[in-house]
Design a protein around this ligand. Structure first.
Ligand SMILES: NC(=O)c1ccc[n+]([C@@H]2O[C@H](COP(=O)([O-])OP(=O)(O)OC[C@H]3O[C@@H](n4cnc5c(N)ncnc54)[C@H](OP(=O)(O)O)[C@@H]3O)[C@@H](O)[C@H]2O)c1
Length: 288
């Protein structure tokens, strides 16, 4: 039976909570800090940030505000392209901002040029204990093959990728399950500005279970064995997004939701990531 403490056992034995709080575009300062503290108070034990979100200091402050023990929280951050040549510096600076000695998961944020060499450095950082698990984000199957060819010894523990009913990633999920890579869904509600919470199929199922569309979307991925990291800075939504364990989707409902898949990726295609113009990256101001 799934509950808020349910975890995915990664291929190196580390336990990763199936539910986490995402903080992409959670403004640095009071908002991100309070969202993290609130989530931890509601029982979340997993926070997903990144160097490029420019809110790692606020995340660290929110963690300390909560009073929850460090070892009981799973913290993820990600290596940005500007540090692909020096992943150690990237991680050490993230740790400094977070105020932590280690992160639980360190991800290559996108398969930018040089990703395979950067991944080999992550293997070293993991051996040194600076990160308990290592992984990738926005990887397709062929990117994993490139890691192997570059001499990677450790199969990434996690692939964090865009995943919701409109972009179900069934093939990638099957591949990850066959290769002991945990699939972690970003934009599990459909992504900021493109939410699926009001989709008629989702709403109909939500009404039947007397829950919200967001809860149905999250529960759908949990029942597929996919980790979810919904983002919110609003306490009532942070709470609702964690209330996923008093109802269960039937096989017929899972299938009906599965039919919404149309390969509708909201974010950039990982194969074309180097084509993305610099001015289209949301780069927030550095936090104080
Ligand atoms: N690896 C990557 O490249 C990558 C890319 C994108 C995201 N991510 C990670 O994944 C996390 C989640 O993805 P996301 O932020 O793109 O999108 P998301 O979680 O699918 O959606 C977040 C949006 O939904 C709203 N929301 C949250 N709960 C709601 C509810 N119960 N009802 C209605 N609206 C609700 C939020 O608004 P409010 O905040 O105003 O409540 C926000 O606008 C990110 O925060 C980040 O940690 C990673």
């Amino acid at each position: 039976m799934l509950n808020i403490n349910s975890a995915f056992k990664l291929n190196n034995g580390v336990e990763m909570p199936l539910l986490g709080l995402g903080v992409f575009r959670a403004p640095a300062g009071d908002e991100a800090r309070a969202a993290v503290r609130t989530a931890l108070e509601y029982g979340y034990r997993h926070i997903d940030t990144a160097r490029i979100y420019c809110n790692e200091k606020s995340v660290g402050r929110g963690i300390r505000d909560s009073g929850v023990k460090r070892e009981d929280i799973f913290v993820t951050t990600k290596l940005w392209r500007t540090d692909f040549q020096q992943p150690r510096r990237g991680l050490e600076e993230s740790l400094e901002r977070l105020g932590l000695d280690y992160v639980d998961l360190y991800l290559l944020h996108w398969p930018f040029t040089g990703f395979a060499q950067a991944y080999l450095e992550l293997e070293k950082l993991q051996r040194e204990g600076l990160c308990r698990a290592i992984g990738v984000s926005n990887f397709k199957i062929h990117h994993f093959e490139a890691l192997k060819q570059a001499g990677a010894e450790v199969m990434p523990q996690v692939n964090q990728t865009e995943c919701h009913p409109a972009n179900a990633e069934n093939e990638l999920l099957a591949w990850c399950q066959a290769h002991q890579v945990a699939l972690e869904a970003y934009s599990p509600l459909g992504g900021q500005g493109r939410l699926l919470v009001a989709d008629p199929v989702i709403s109909g199922i939500a009404a039947y279970h007397q829950v919200s569309g967001a809860q149905v979307l999250l529960r759908w991925n949990l029942q597929r064995g996919v980790i979810v990291i919904p983002k919110s800075i609003h306490p009532e939504r942070i709470l609702v997004n964690s209330q996923l364990y008093d109802f269960e989707l039937t096989d017929a409902e899972m299938q009906a939701i599965g039919k919404l898949d149309r390969g509708d990726r909201r974010g950039w295609d990982p194969d074309r990531i180097e084509d993305r113009p610099a001015d289209q990256w949301p780069v927030p101001a550095e936090e104080a």
